[in-house]
Design a protein around this ligand. Structure first.
Ligand code: ADP
Ligand code: MG
Length: 403
C-alpha cells in the first residue's frame, strides 16, 4: 500500500535542513486543567523530531490544534499552557510564541537556526478543518520544508495536516509518524505468524471494518468487551441485561459463518445485577459460564476461564494487535480481564513477539497499568490507528513524498 513507503526525515540529505524553516505539524492536543498541561506524553513524543531538527541547525516551526474551538479564538483552547510544558522540556532552547500566521511568517525569517516558534491553536482558523486551500497556501509560505509528525490527526484532511503539503515540498514524516506507520503497517501487511487480533470495547458497529480487514490476515481473533454479547445473542444464547446491539445481530451471525474456526468467544464472564457507568458503580458481582447468564445479569468483564483460554492462545503468538478493552476497565472490579490480557502481552513481548495496541481507551488502559514500555507499540492515535487497521489510506500520510 502506498502509505508505507513515504519519506521520513532520515530520507532527506542532511544539508537540506541546514538553516531552513521547517514546519512540523505536531499533535499537542493534550489534556489541560486550570491552564496547566496534566499529561505531556504527546509533547514528549514529539521531542525526537524536534531535537533532530535543532541538531541539524533548522528553524523549527510547530503547528498543532487543541480541542474543538470551531474556528474561533477562545482562551480556553489556547496553546500557551503547551508553551510552558515545552519550555520545561527544552530548557536551553529559545521558544517563541505567535498568535497569527502573519506573525509567524515574519518571525520565521527573523529567528536564528536552533530556535523554535510555536503557533497558537491552528483551529482558531475556520479554514483549518475545511482544508481551505487559501489557508494551506498561507501556512506553506511560513516554511521551506514540511514535516508531519501528528499521527493522531493523520486521518483528517485538514489544512495543516494535508492541504499544506500540496504547496510545500519536501513533505516528509517525522519520527513519531514513522514509528506509527512502521508498526501499524506490520500489523496489516506482513505480520509474523502466529498472528492474533484481540478486539473488544463496546460496539461491533465501531469495529466492524477493523474486524473485517483483520479477519483475512490473522490466525485467530479473540473477542471481548460488550460486543461478545451480540455474538452470543446471534447464536440464540441468553445474555441477560448485557449491552447488545440489536441491529448488529445479523452481522455477528454472518461473521461467525464466515470464520467460525478463527473467532474465539469468551466462555465465561463477570456479571453484575446493577451497573451505573456514570458514577462508576457496580452491584454484586459473580462469575458465570456463558450459558448461565442470569435474566438480570449485566456482563461487564471476561471471566477467569476465558483469561486462561486467551492467555494460552497468546503464548506462542508472534504478532498481536489489540483494540478495545475486555471489560469495563474504568471500574477496578471489572478491570481484571483487560489488565491480565495487558500483562500477557507484556510477557510475550519479552519473548520477542511484536505487540501493538490501538484505540484511545485501550491505550489508556495500558498506561493506567503502567505497561506502555513493555508493549512493542502503543499507538498515540485513537481514530487514526483504527482507520489504519481498517486498511484505509490516511490523507495526512498519503500526501507525503514517496521513496
Ligand atoms: P478503544 O477506545 O480502545 O477503541 P472502545 O471505545 O471501543 O475502545 O471501548 C471502550 C469502552 O468499552 C470502555 O469505556 C469500556 O468500559 C467499554 N466496555 C468494555 N466492555 C464492556 C461491557 N461488557 N459492557 C459495557 N461496556 C464495556
Ligand atoms: Mg474509545
Amino acid at each position: 500500500m502506498s502509505s508505507f513507503n513515504v519519506k521520513s526525515l532520515d530520507d532527506l540529505p542532511n544539508d537540506t535542513l541546514n538553516q531552513k524553516r521547517v514546519i512540523v505539524r505536531v499533535d499537542f492536543n493534550v489534556p489541560i486543567h486550570n491552564g496547566v498541561v496534566t499529561n505531556d506524553l504527546r509533547i514528549r513524543e514529539s521531542l525526537p523530531t524536534i531535537n533532530r531538527l535543532l541538531e541539524m541547525n533548522s528553524k523549527v516551526i510547530l503547528i498543532s490544534h487543541l480541542g474543538r474551538p470551531k474556528g474561533k479564538r477562545s482562551p480556553e483552547y489556547s496553546l500557551k499552557p503547551v508553551l510552558d510544558s515545552l519550555k520545561k522540556l527544552l530548557p536551553n532552547v529559545t521558544i517563541h510564541f505567535v498568535e497569527t500566521i502573519e506573525e509567524l511568517k515574519e518571525k520565521s525569517y527573523q529567528i536564528n537556526p536552533k530556535e523554535i516558534i510555536l503557533l497558537e491553536n491552528i483551529r482558531f482558523y475556520e479554514g483549518e478543518e475545511k482544508n481551505d486551500p487559501e489557508l494551506s497556501k498561507k501556512l506553506a509560505e511560513c516554511g521551506d520544508i514540511y514535516v508531519n509528525d501528528a499521527f493522531g490527526s493523520a486521518h483528517r484532511a485538514h489544512s495543516s495536516t494535508e492541504g499544506i503539503a500540496n504547496y510545500l515540498k519536501p513533505a516528509v514524516a517525522g519520527y513519531l509518524l514513522k514509528k506509527e506507520i512502521e508498526y501499524l503497517s506490520k500489523a496489516i501487511s506482513n505480520p509474523e505468524h502466529p498472528y492474533i487480533a484481540i478486539i473488544g470495547g463496546t460496539k461491533i458497529s465501531g469495529k466492524i471494518d477493523v474486524i473485517q480487514n483483520l479477519l483475512s490476515k490473522v490466525d485467530k481473533l479473540l473477542i471481548g468487551g460488550a460486543m461478545m454479547f451480540t455474538f452470543y445473542k446471534a447464536q440464540g444464547i441468553n445474555v441477560g441485561k448485557s449491552l447488545i446491539e440489536e441491529d448488529k445481530i445479523e452481522l455477528a451471525k454472518s461473521l461467525l459463518d464466515q470464520a467460525k474456526e478463527k473467532i474465539l468467544l469468551p466462555v465465561d464472564c463477570v456479571v453484575s445485577d446493577t451497573f451505573d457507568f456514570k458514577n462508576l458503580k457496580v452491584g454484586s458481582l459473580q462469575v458465570v459460564e456463558i450459558h448461565n447468564i442470569p435474566e438480570n445479569g449485566i456482563g461487564l468483564d471476561i471471566g477467569p476461564k476465558t483469561l486462561e483460554l486467551y492467555s494460552k492462545e497468546l503464548e506462542n503468538a508472534k504478532t498481536v494487535v489489540w483494540n478495545g478493552p475486555m471489560g469495563v476497565f474504568e471500574i477496578q472490579d471489572t478491570a481484571k480481564g483487560t489488565l491480565e490480557i495487558a500483562k500477557q502481552l507484556a510477557k510475550i513481548t519479552k519473548k520477542g513477539a511484536t505487540t501493538i495496541v490501538g484505540g484511545g481507551d485501550s491505550a489508556s488502559a495500558i498506561e493506567g497499568a503502567n505497561l506502555q514500555k513493555e508493549i512493542s507499540h502503543v499507538s498515540t492515535g485513537g481514530g487514526a490507528s483504527l482507520e489504519f487497521l481498517e486498511g484505509k489510506i490516511l490523507p495526512g500520510i498519503s500526501i507525503l513524498d514517496k521513496k
